[in-house]
Design a protein around this ligand. Structure first.
Ligand SMILES: [Zn+2]
Length: 171
């Protein structure tokens, strides 16, 4: 269904825009939007370092905002678009919020809990399971993370080099 694909891409693009906000403050670029009735009702991006808060993941911020907006902790008719597969904490919150569906950009083989390490979103033992769609704008989402980390490595090396140069000078 190409029409539906383009809607998914549109919302994933909005999530990528949130990820860019994280990048602009030197955070790992992960972004997320929550959609209800084809409208974005909440946005979030990773702010863990700047807020010095483990809970400042994009998904938790967006869930908090969506609940504030709807006046309900249940997000039963909502879909979350997220640039990277959620961690165990966020996957837990997604299940707790009764989110209908999660659309994922890039998977996270080392830490993802929507199918990679675990699939917390679809445990038959829990009282709620979340539909999962992945691979929407996967290349763009993965690319944003890999270029962020490549950039970080370059900057670290430059810093190390200039520190070494400074040490030599002070000797
Ligand atoms: Zn998380």
């Amino acid at each position: 269904m190409p029409a539906k694909m383009s809607l998914d891409e549109k919302f994933m693009k909005a999530a990528l825009k949130e990820a860019k906000k994280a990048w602009s403050i030197d955070e790992v670029p992960i972004g997320c939007v929550i959609v209800q009735n084809d409208k974005i009702i909440a946005r979030g991006y990773n702010r863990r370092n700047i807020d010095k808060n483990t809970l400042a993941h994009a998904e938790l911020t967006a869930i908090r905002k969506a609940s504030r907006k709807t006046g309900d902790w249940r997000l039963e008719d909502c879909t979350m678009y997220i640039t990277l597969e959620p961690c165990q904490m966020c996957a837990g919150a997604i299940v707790q919020s009764r989110m209908k569906k999660v659309v994922i950009g890039a998977m996270n083989p080392k830490a993802g809990c929507a199918g990679s390490v675990l699939n917390l979103l679809q445990m038959a033992q829990f009282n709620h399971q979340v539909e999962i769609v992945h691979g929407i704008m996967e290349a763009e989402c993965a690319e944003m993370l890999s270029s962020f980390f490549a950039n970080l490595r370059v900057r670290k090396n430059e810093r190390r080099r200039s520190e070494m140069a400074g040490e030599k000078q002070s000797k």
